[in-house]
Design a protein around this ligand. Structure first.
Ligand code: PHE
Length: 341
């Protein structure tokens, strides 16, 4: 029984094992059912008590030593594995960063802020209304009775369920319902007192079942409303033309007011702007607020009058930057968007 040779054998065998699986095979050669150490221990039974005690102690010492060698090798292999993985996954922290570029306002938001600023400078207050609107505010109050064909020009998205009064809810097709909401609140606020004029703009998101180069299912409108005792169509022309001059920063803009029809204005006009060679782009509907709408606002049509307009913010943006296709605004392509930053 040469225990030193056995220990040496184990040491070389473990060192030669190059991975965990090979090492476990070598382990079996010593500690397995018929392993070298196991056999030695089995043979102890054949010895007398004195020899058994002495040899048993020696074998156990050798066993402990071989176990220690095994564990050392296991640890060494695990460490080496970790080291290669760390090396292969290493990142070079000294490389310069890619840089985070600052974002910028979307071109449509630039127009939005610009129109707020321009109309604010001539005394128009800012108003807002819900994007999910009820049928009454979006259509009926604006003099579009149920089943009237004018409604089909503004097909939209209906939302379920109905509102608490059993009315259909829909995504507003224009910002005009804000006229009615604002005017009714205004009338209620000044009930029994002196009512100041109503002079607001209401920019916001609007929705229609429409999609091509100049129409998007979601788009932006700018509503304007000025009601007092003497606000004429001439005021509309003056205010609106002045706005366009400021917006486009030039005095020679080509605008035309084209007779049109809206249920909520009378007379009504469409405002077009020159767009490229000999083409016109419609940018706004407008007109004198219809007497029925004034009544629905709670105003006396014999006493009050005014104008309203509803302009396409996206269209104004197309004209300002010379963009031919409105869908570019909604594709989120940074190559397009960074041109405005
Ligand atoms: N609401 C109309 C539309 O979206 C535009 C408009 C607003 C027309 C106000 C007249 C007065 O088409």
């Amino acid at each position: 029984m040469n225990l030193d040779a056995l220990i040496l054998d184990a040491e070389t065998a473990f060192t030669r094992a190059l991975d965990a699986a090979a090492l476990e095979n070598e382990k079996a050669r010593f500690f397995g059912k018929t392993g070298l150490l196991t056999e030695l221990l089995k043979n102890l039974g054949k010895l007398d008590a004195v020899a058994r005690k002495q040899q048993g102690a020696e074998i156990n010492l050798a066993k402990t030593r071989i176990e220690a060698l095994l564990n050392q090798r296991r640890q060494a292999l695990a460490d080496a594995l970790l080291a290669t993985r760390l090396a292969s996954e290493a990142i070079d922290v000294t490389l310069p960063g890619r840089g985070i570029k600052p974002g910028s306002l979307h071109p449509i938001m630039r127009t939005w802020e610009r129109v707020e600023q321009i109309f604010g400078s001539i005394g128009f207050a800012l108003a807002q209304g819900p994007e999910i609107e009820d049928d009454w505010h979006n259509f009926t109050a604006l003099n579009s009775p149920e089943n009237h064909p004018a409604r089909s020009m503004q097909d939209t998205f209906y939302v379920e369920p109905l509102d608490p009064n059993g009315q259909p809810l829909l995504l507003r097709t224009h910002t005009s319902p804000v006229q009615v909401r604002y005017a009714r609140a205004h009338v209620a606020r000044y009930q029994g007192g002196v009512m100041p004029p109503i002079k607001i703009i209401a920019p916001g998101r609007t929705y229609r079942v429409d999609s091509d180069a100049t129409h998007s299912p979601m788009f932006h409108q700018l509503e304007g409303l000025w009601i007092d005792e003497q606000v004429s169509f001439a005021d509309l022309k003056g205010v609106y033309t002045d706005f366009l001059r400021k917006f486009f920063e030039r005095d020679d803009i080509a605008v035309r007011f084209r007779p049109s029809y809206f249920p909520f204005t009378e007379p009504s006009a469409e405002i077009d702007m020159a767009f490229g060679q000999g083409r016109w782009l419609e940018i706004s509907g407008a007109g004198q607020v219809h007497p029925k709408v004034l009544s629905n606002m709670g105003l006396d049509p014999e006493r009050y009058m005014g104008f309203a307009f509803g302009s396409g913010i996206d269209r104004l943006t197309m004209l300002r930057y010379g963009i031919e296709d409105l869908r570019l605004f909604y594709e989120g392509d940074v190559r397009f968007l960074t041109q405005f930053s």
